[in-house]
Design a protein around this ligand. Structure first.
Ligand SMILES: C[S@@+](CC[C@H](N)C(=O)[O-])C[C@H]1O[C@@H](n2cnc3c(N)ncnc32)[C@H](O)[C@@H]1O
Length: 289
């Protein structure tokens, strides 16, 4: 065996050991968080979870995942920063405008026939999706008979959602999205600008209910005509995704509508036969059994 070969074998073994050790450290960190704080990240998809954890190790000025475990378990504020980091609160108003346009065209006519409408935005982040829905329902004359339940596991994002204050710099993009989504008025009528922020009209909030809810650990809490859960389950593994689909199936009324994100699908889940596609491209499904 040449020394080159020998070094090669040693390197491979070292890589294997590093990888095994990293796996153990991640598992211990997630187990500790689950047992101590009750947040369950154990079934999040590993590649993005791993990236986020390492990002957080460095952000906390640490060098190992074990050191992060120590800090997270002994300092609640460090744990809260980690939850915020793992939650990926990226969102925008009328995100994927064509989905909202299709919702107006295909779902609103169904909702008109109901005496009242209950909508759940699961994983609502900082609330942009929820305010978009309130505007849409208002323009369709349905907001007064609607209740919008907006939930997320991230309390910091939820607080922002409740306030309804957004960065003024994003309004140009949101106005474009609103118009593409079939918006019927002037978007600026819905908010008042103040310094670098805008605050949305208080009437939009009147039928919104915000609450902390963790899809991995909390139960169904009502029956809904519509559930939006977009760009949340892409971060879950198959087991957790199926668990959450079970929760949604239990929470939807018969013929209830499920709306997923652009990169998500009901196919390849345990519930694919329970829904028909109302619009396959926009990921709008209707519960049929
Ligand atoms: C990328 S944002 C999606 C926001 C919005 N639905 C959209 O599509 O623009 C993902 C959100 O899912 C939330 N989330 C992740 N895991 C969750 C869980 N187990 N329970 C509840 N919310 C969760 C995060 O906190 C984050 O706010």
């Amino acid at each position: 065996m040449t020394s080159g070969d020998h070094t090669g074998i040693e390197l491979n073994l070292e890589d294997k050991n590093d990888w095994e050790l990293e796996q153990i450290e991640i598992e211990l960190l997630l187990e500790g968080i689950h047992r101590f704080y009750g947040y369950d990240f154990r079934n999040y998809a590993l590649p993005s979870l791993r990236r986020r954890i390492w990002h957080h190790v460095h952000a906390e000025g640490l060098t190992t995942i074990s050191a992060l475990q120590d800090k997270v378990l002994h300092e609640r504020s460090c744990f809260e920063r980690l939850v915020h980091n793992l939650s990926i609160p990226v969102t925008e108003m009328f995100r994927d405008p064509n989905l909202f346009l299709t919702f107006r065209q295909k779902v609103i006519p169904l909702l008109r026939t109901y005496p009242y409408i209950r909508i759940w935005h699961a994983g609502c982040s900082t609330g942009e999706e929820v305010y978009s829905m309130a505007i849409l329902l208002h323009e369709e004359g349905l907001y007064d008979k609607a209740r919008i339940y907006a939930t997320d596991m991230n309390s910091r994002s939820l607080q922002q959602a409740k306030e309804g204050v957004f960065d003024i710099k994003r309004m140009k993009q949101y106005t474009k999205n609103y118009l593409e989504a079939g918006g019927k008025q002037s978007f600026s009528e819905y908010y008042t600008a103040k310094y670098n922020s805008v605050i949305f009209q208080p009437f939009l909030k009147k039928n919104m209910i915000f609450a902390e809810h963790n899809l991995a650990t909390d139960r169904s809490f009502n029956e809904f005509n519509v559930i939006f859960c977009r760009n949340v389950m892409i971060y879950f593994n198959d087991e957790l995704r199926n668990h959450v689909h079970g929760l949604f199936h239990e929470s939807l009324s018969h013929f209830g509508i499920l709306v997923l994100g652009a990169k998500e699908s009901i196919h390849f889940t345990n519930f694919s036969d329970s829904y028909e596609a109302l619009d396959r491209t926009e990921k709008i499904y209707r519960k049929i059994k």
